[in-house]
Write a protein that binds this ligand. Structure first.
Ligand SMILES: Nc1ncnc2c1ncn2[C@@H]1O[C@H](COP(=O)(O)OP(=O)(O)OP(=O)(O)O)[C@@H](O)[C@H]1O
Ligand SMILES: [Mg+2]
Length: 350
């Protein structure tokens, strides 16, 4: 009897959450309420002689990068859109979900989590299991480019084609969508993390300067550019690192053009992949895409002039979505808030 009542209460109180569990950021949308959490997918592990235990998450953990003592390790448990460390991901989901739920243990949420289009069955099952072990009542999966397209207000259910490129931290997902499914697509492991690494390498070679991950990421976000236009004032910033020759701190001025050079090979690879996908689109959908244009989502789509470079080379209109960093979470919100309309995009992996 008591169990029955508890089940009823639990069902009544259960929250449905959409989780954009990204390589760089976790964003959680609560059904009927909105975005409730937006934090880096970064975890601090504490090692006191035995095994490492996750103990700080998100912003606090990220602020410790490059500054933590030897017994604290800062990790990102998601890599290229998939789980790199099962236990840490489970703990991270548990922590972030309980932040949204107010730590109330009586209710267990239903979760909708997005996965990369080319994720393996094993990776999807691992994610489902991590979410269930973290305390979810039920878990549904959905492909990230489909959610990004929903978040960018593309008519994914139409029989006309829509194309979206979601450039995140670990992956760039290129997808052509029609009738609520992916017709053709590609998932590349070239995105924000690779741009950041390329900047570190470039600064080391050109300026003989070692810079940390946070400095490189900040540089990319402030003056990152795929192409320097003469019509826009060129941006530059001063950054500090360790001089390789002397070992002492040194500051240099780095210009937008430096970043363009640093990431140029990666941009070329990205453009080539977009062209490949476009070449494989059935002719009926190809004209829809050229008419409607391609939508860019994800944090790394904000690299200045990336839309222009893509549009010039592939000869097709390219638009940057509004709030690219939140597009996937907004898409998850639309699915949860209009469940009957979008439930056909959800699946479970067995
Ligand atoms: N203004 C900006 N210019 C360039 N890059 C940016 C900007 N703002 C954020 N980024 C980059 O966007 C990336 C994070 O984007 P996003 O949150 O969409 O990724 P994610 O969803 O966590 O990753 P993935 O989908 O690949 O698993 C980071 O690499 C970050 O440095
Ligand atoms: Mg993402």
């Amino acid at each position: 009897m008591f169990n029955k009542v508890l089940t009823k209460i639990n069902g009544f109180l259960a929250k449905d959450l959409g989780i954009d569990l990204g390589t760089a950021n976790v964003v959680i949308y609560e059904k009927g309420s909105g975005i409730k959490l937006n934090q880096p997918s970064t975890v601090a592990l504490l090692n006191n002689g035995g095994s490492s235990v996750p103990y700080l998450f998100g912003d606090v953990a990220k602020s410790m990068i490059g500054r933590s003592p030897a017994n604290i390790k800062i990790v990102r448990p998601m890599k290229d859109g998939a789980i790199a460390d099962f236990y840490v991901v489970e703990e991270m989901i548990r922590y972030f979900v309980s932040e949204v739920m107010g730590g109330w243990k009586l209710t267990r949420p239903n979760l909708v989590i997005c996965v990369p289009y080319d994720s393996t069955i094993t990776e999807r099952i691992a994610l489902q299991e991590a979410a269930l072990k973290a305390g979810a009542k039920d878990v549904f999966l959905v492909f990230e480019p489909i959610v990004a397209a929903i978040g960018a207000n593309l008519p994914i259910g139409d029989h006309s084609g829509s194309m979206v490129i979601d450039i995140g931290g670990g992956t760039s997902e290129i997808a052509v969508i029609s009738l609520s499914g992916i017709v053709t697509g590609k998932s590349l492991k070239i995105a924000g993390d690779k741009f950041t690494d390329a900047i570190i390498k470039y600064v080391k070679t050109k300026f003989n300067l070692l810079i940390g991950l946070s400095t490189a990421e900040m540089t990319k976000e402030k003056i990152g550019s795929a192409y320097v236009s003469k019509n826009e004032p060129e941006r530059s910033i001063t950054i500090t690192g360790r001089d390789i020759a002397t070992g002492i701190p040194k500051s240099i001025e780095i210009r937008e053009e430096d970043i363009t050079i640093a990431i140029s090979d990666l941009i070329v690879e990205l453009v080539r992949a977009v062209k490949d996908v476009l070449d494989s689109v059935p002719p009926e959908l190809s004209s829809d895409i050229h008419e409607r244009g391609i939508i860019l989502t994800g944090g790394s789509s904000q690299i200045r002039n990336l839309d222009k470079v893509l549009s010039d080379i592939i000869d097709c209109p390219v638009f940057l979505a509004q709030t690219p960093l939140l597009c996937v979470a907004k898409g998850l919100g639309k699915i949860l808030d209009n469940f009957n309309l979008y439930s056909n995009v959800l699946f479970k992996q067995f």
